[in-house]
Design a protein. Structure first.
Length: 70
């Protein structure tokens, strides 16, 4: 599946790359929300998709930090 492949790609990245990816996703979410507020957004389902990707990135980051502490 597409999501499983995305999560596997995330798990291969370093914590610095994950943080950069997280910042980029949050910027994209901000821009999507801004476009939605000004009625310029055509694909509103993209907001939900980006929010879930942010959660996936944060989950992988927390898994890495827990693994490094053990």
């Amino acid at each position: 599946m597409k999501i499983d492949k995305y999560v596997e790609e995330l798990k291969e990245k370093t914590s610095v790359e994950l943080n950069n990816e997280l910042v980029a996703a949050k910027k994209e979410l901000f821009n999507l929300r801004f476009q939605n507020a000004t009625n310029q957004l055509d694909n509103t389902s993209r907001i939900k998709e980006v929010r879930k990707n942010i959660a996936r990135i944060q989950t992988v980051i927390s898994e890495l930090s827990k693994a490094s502490q053990s």
